[in-house]
Ligand binder design. Structure first.
Ligand SMILES: Nc1ncnc2c1ncn2[C@@H]1O[C@H](COP(=O)(O)OP(=O)(O)O)[C@@H](O)[C@H]1O
Ligand SMILES: [Mg+2]
Length: 289
């Protein structure tokens, strides 16, 4: 299945260069419009359910006799085409939350709805398919396969899904958007950290997921390179309609999102819109600064 009409890519900037102005947002094809190619997943629309909805999530890890509470009654909507940051102290449950949202683990209580459907009673095949097709993960440590080229890394999830041809078409667009077109034949060790993370972002998006879940994606990058990666995520949300939930410790990174959700001791402790004039202060207060 092909993409809806998209504006021309912004052109791959050389690494380290200003990635330039964002492309114009892609026109939203009206449902049922001839020529408006439907997305593989259920897509947007005024009545669309959030890309991800968490309702009352609870999670306690058990190590033998020891119970380690991680999340309590966490509810969160990630609307389609938006960028949500999750902040919280170490151990507050941020990674656990991303794992539950991405169906990498199952909650003890509550439900994750992905693309408008509850996921608590999925059979194994459906759960595997949704994990593979509907969620893209981006990790602090990139997690690229060292013996594969950037291109092969990006295409792997498409191949596993039996959609290599669609993957190749998406790879062309993503590589242009992410400025890695001229790096696709390199292996990870031949790439800078920023380039590796761009490749990892392309991999996360190759199957056109409902949501990208990014766990401290700039945590291993210097601040200038981290800013470039955030610019690319922000631009993907604005121009391509990506949906991103990102864990971060960095207030400047969080402020690139639309909303910032605070976790403390496994509970949602508040949230603020990034555009709120008090957002920076709220983050500082939350962090105890
Ligand atoms: N696989 C696991 N087994 C046992 N305890 C875990 C596991 N993963 C996380 N925890 C515990 O759950 C709590 C939340 O961890 P985590 O979600 O990783 O927090 P954060 O990402 O905010 O640092 C912590 O107390 C952590 O030690
Ligand atoms: Mg974590």
């Amino acid at each position: 299945m092909s993409e809806p009409p998209t504006p021309p890519p912004p052109g791959g900037p050389p690494d380290g260069a200003d990635p330039g102005p964002p492309p114009e947002p892609a026109p939203e094809p009206a449902p049922g419009t001839p020529g408006g190619t439907p997305e593989r997943h259920s897509g947007g629309g005024p009545d669309a359910l959030p890309a991800v909805r968490a309702v009352g999530l609870g999670k306690t890890y058990r190590l033998g006799e020891v119970a380690i509470p991680a999340l309590h009654d966490v509810s969160l909507d990630v609307e389609r085409g938006t960028f949500v940051a999750v902040m919280g102290p170490s151990g507050s449950g941020k990674s656990t939350l991303l794992h539950l949202l991405g169906l990498l683990d199952t909650p003890d209580a509550g439900t994750v709805h992905l693309d408008g459907r509850p996921t608590d009673d999925l059979d194994d095949d459906t759960a595997t398919r949704m994990r593979r097709d509907d969620v893209g993960f981006v990790f602090q440590t990139f997690e690229l396969l060292p013996n594969l080229s950037a291109r092969e890394n990006v295409l792997l999830p498409a191949e596993v899904a039996g959609r290599r041809r669609e993957g190749e078409a998406r790879l062309r667009d993503l590589a242009g958007d992410l400025g890695i077109t001229d790096r696709l034949d390199h292996r990870p060790e031949q790439l800078s950290g920023g380039q590796r993370q761009r490749v990892a972002i392309a991999r996360a998006l190759v199957n056109d997921p409902v949501v990208v879940l990014a766990d401290e994606p700039t945590g291993n990058l210097d601040s200038a390179t981290g800013h470039e990666v955030l610019d690319l995520l922000r631009r993907g949300v604005d121009a391509r309609g990506w949906t991103v939930a990102m864990v971060t410790h960095d207030p400047n990174a969080a402020l690139r999102a639309d909303r910032i959700v605070f976790l403390r001791d496994g509970r949602v402790a508040g949230e603020v819109a990034a555009a709120d004039p008090d957002a920076r202060q709220r983050i500082a207060t939350f962090a105890g600064v």
